[in-house]
Ligand binder design. Sequence first.
Ligand code: ADP
Length: 258
Amino acid sequence: MLLLTMGVDIGSASSKCVILGEASEVIAHSVVPSGIGTSGPRRAVDAALSSAGIGADRISVTVATGYGRNTFDNADSSVSELTCHARGAVWIHPGVRTVIDVGGQDVKALAISEKGDLSNFVMNDKCAAGTGRFLDVMARVLELSVSDLAEYDAIADGIVPVSSTCVVFAESEVISQLALNAPLPDLVAGIHQSAASRAASLMKRIGVAEPVLMTGGVAKNAGVVRALERSLGLRIITSPYSQIAGALGAALIAFEKT
Ligand code: ADP
């Protein structure tokens, strides 16, 4: 019987699961938009098992990662999210030298050595500036879905500056701009620029080497990706696997244990 391995990444905003086959290929993955403290982790596992068409008994090793990894009982071990993100990123884009991970609650910049090992990192986990949460709050103020922000950004004629990176101050700034009838697309572009400036400053602290891969759910927002490219003056790579990079890394570590 094939030996399958599983990685589960329990974040603040979402739960992700990846199942790898015998040649460490991805055979199923899932993202459930509920993170730690909810039924999200179990639903992510069930969704991946059902997509692979298998029962839990087919999984030989499971590794958990993410903010909620120690609350998940069904894993054989847990591994830090930094280690898992670095592993997942190198799998997604071999040769990657810098990873910018923007999730629901934190922003991490990772330096990867030529050999593909994590060599340095810097993390913003005390404040919501530049995180998915920042974007979720701004989208709510604008009565938009976070998944629609990129489309508005794409048709912006200019950028209405949102000078504060703090979610509380930025929210008031955006409300004031709405009262002044600022064009919605330009305001969205300003919000993206504010989030990107936070990520860019973290990246500069570890020194940016190319190629650069963006991971985390915010990598799905092409507006933030473009704003970050503008801030840094270089190309940012994203992948359909960007949001599941941590779960992928956990599954790869599980694979090594088989
Ligand atoms: P965590 O791992 O910290 O739980 P994720 O890496 O899953 O978080 O990122 C969650 C964030 O990703 C959300 O707060 C949201 O801003 C953003 N996001 C998720 N899905 C989308 C989407 N379809 N389009 C744009 N942004 C998204």
